[in-house]
Design a protein around this ligand. Structure first.
Ligand code: IMP
Ligand code: MG
Length: 182
């Protein structure tokens, strides 16, 4: 499938499923070497990271755990600015090596926010594993240690990434076709 139409917009193929799998393997090898004896806890950020998390985990060789979390908005009574609450973590964070699994790092706000909360919970070290990284959009200082694929600042869908809720099921990654925009 070279083009898909989602909510009336045309997206064209950008990264094939085969290219994704190759990139996942490269990043998994690096993680296998670096975190061999660290018994890391992988924390996958829902919803977008579910496919990457699944493919990545199948290639990890060390003793490790995985859990899934979400960032949820506080209710109106809270005045902590734009910090969102981490929900879904029941595991002990204190003293552990944590790897945040993301589908894409764009401005970096999400991973910055999560990293700060994990530090508060006493994480020993925090690493970021992301399928896609948009350096041109990135505004934070959190190091992105494991970025499988670096991409330009375009809007992407597929392999977990959505456009208004649709497109997560696509095996390949598609880019918004500029001709069909507006
Ligand atoms: P950040 O907080 O700006 O780094 O954005 C991270 C989140 O925004 C990702 O986890 C995605 O859910 C979403 N996002 C950013 N760029 C894209 C994109 O190109 N397509 C779909 N979702 C995106
Ligand atoms: Mg996400």
């Amino acid at each position: 499938m070279s083009n898909v139409v989602i909510h009336g917009k045309t997206f064209k193929i950008k990264i094939t499923a085969a290219e994704i799998q190759k990139a996942v393997t490269v990043v998994a090898k690096k993680i296998n070497t670096d975190l061999k004896d660290k018994k890391p806890l992988f924390l996958a950020v829902l919803n977008g990271s579910f496919m990457f998390a699944s493919d990545l985990m199948k290639e990890l060789k060390m003793e490790c755990e995985i859990s899934f979390m979400k960032l949820a908005s506080y209710d109106g009574t809270c005045t902590t600015g734009n910090i969102k609450q981490l929900i879904g973590i029941n595991e002990e964070i204190k003293g552990r090596t944590i790897v945040i699994i993301e589908d894409i790092v764009d401005t970096g706000s999400t991973i910055h926010n999560i990293s700060e909360q994990l530090k508060e919970l006493g994480a020993h070290e925090i690493k970021i594993a992301t399928l896609l990284f948009k350096p041109e959009a990135y505004t934070k200082a959190v190091p992105i240690e494991y970025a499988a694929i670096v991409v330009p600042n375009d809007f992407l869908v597929g392999y977990g990434l959505d456009y208004n809720g649709l497109g997560r099921n696509l095996a390949d990654i598609y880019v918004l076709d500029s001709i069909s925009e507006s």
